[in-house]
Design a protein around this ligand. Sequence first.
Ligand code: NAD
Ligand code: TYD
Length: 354
Amino acid sequence: MVRILVTGGAGFIGSNFVRYFLSRHPDGFVVNLDKLTYAGNLENLADLEKDPRHEFLQGDICDAGLVKGLAARVEAIINFAAESHVDRSILDASSFLATNIDGTRVLLEASRQHKVHRFIQISTDEVYGSLSAGAFHEASPLAPSSPYAASKAAADLFVRAYHHTYGVPGIITRCTNNYGPYQFPEKLIPLFISNALEHKPLPLYGDGLQLRDWIHVEDHCAAIDRVLHGGRPGETYNVGARNERRNLDLARALLKILGRPDSLIQLVTDRPGHDRRYAIDPTKIERELGWRPRVSWEEGMHQTVQWYLGHRDWLDRVRSGAYRTYYRAMYEERDDTLSNLTSASSVEPNRERV
Ligand code: NAD
Ligand code: TYD
């Protein structure tokens, strides 16, 4: 499969995937459809501007006419387009329903009409919800906690229904938390790096002892490429690097790399409904498709910090305008009581406002 439609290809994972795909498949051709919301950024694709194998189109995956025309031109669709931030979904879920659920349905409908050979839905481990021990496998029940996760779970069910009802060759991937270059600084790692660079506090939710399984974005891209070329229609593949970290430890590790003091860590009021721990079992993709993560946590973190250090202009530009309004509402005007501080945390909380 060489002619593909990538949606959301100006965002974090999508732009990394377009670059990955074209570098691995010299005869590949990518149509990249992105609405350019606050999270989409053509600067993320600047190095591909002159590549004749990449065609960028600004548009909405909910636009059935547009999507139908594009589906007719490709062999496969990979759907990255989404509203992707849990905190924003807690503030207002409406755009999450439109893009994540209805947008996916529109893409599935076009895939059905044009008999696209593969439809890959980029989903998330968050659809399974939180668990205190062990790991979810692909047949575990869906139990999303946040509006974001609920919208992604609904989209997964549409992929399943279109496969079952119409035979659309849909495959779902459910990946853990990604990190790496071009991530919008509303997410934990780039937010903490950019704050630390400015000697600003790092707002850690609750007690900071939540666990996430982190994977480098390039390993995620490699997994998607494997699924595109060898995955079985109707199947779901969990993607993860078996790399669980507590948020507090992650914050400390970042500060260490940047040479900033732990006292920058500020415990703030928890996210409502905050999932304590995500964990998935990636054995299926490892056994069936021979995929393995290659980037170690230490190497990936160092590379990522270096990337943001080398792209201060990019960071400054994406943090201007609407980002400032969001940051003020989310962090500067929030109730930052320290009631959730637990004894397990030995950080001396910084009581200043973020
Ligand atoms: P992102 O927010 O960085 O990028 C999303 C992109 O989608 C943006 O470029 C945006 O402009 C575009 N978009 C939004 N609405 C659109 C619409 N209606 N039509 C067309 N384009 C639209 O997100 P990301 O972190 O790159 O995540 C990409 C996908 O991977 C999402 O589906 C997300 O749920 C999934 N995912 C993310 C992670 C993670 O850790 N970031 C982990 C697992 C799965
Ligand atoms: P995030 O990057 O938003 O990803 P997700 O919620 O999809 O896992 O957050 C990762 C973890 O970091 C999550 O447990 C919430 C926490 N977090 C903070 O403590 N402070 C912050 O400012 C942000 C954005 C996240």
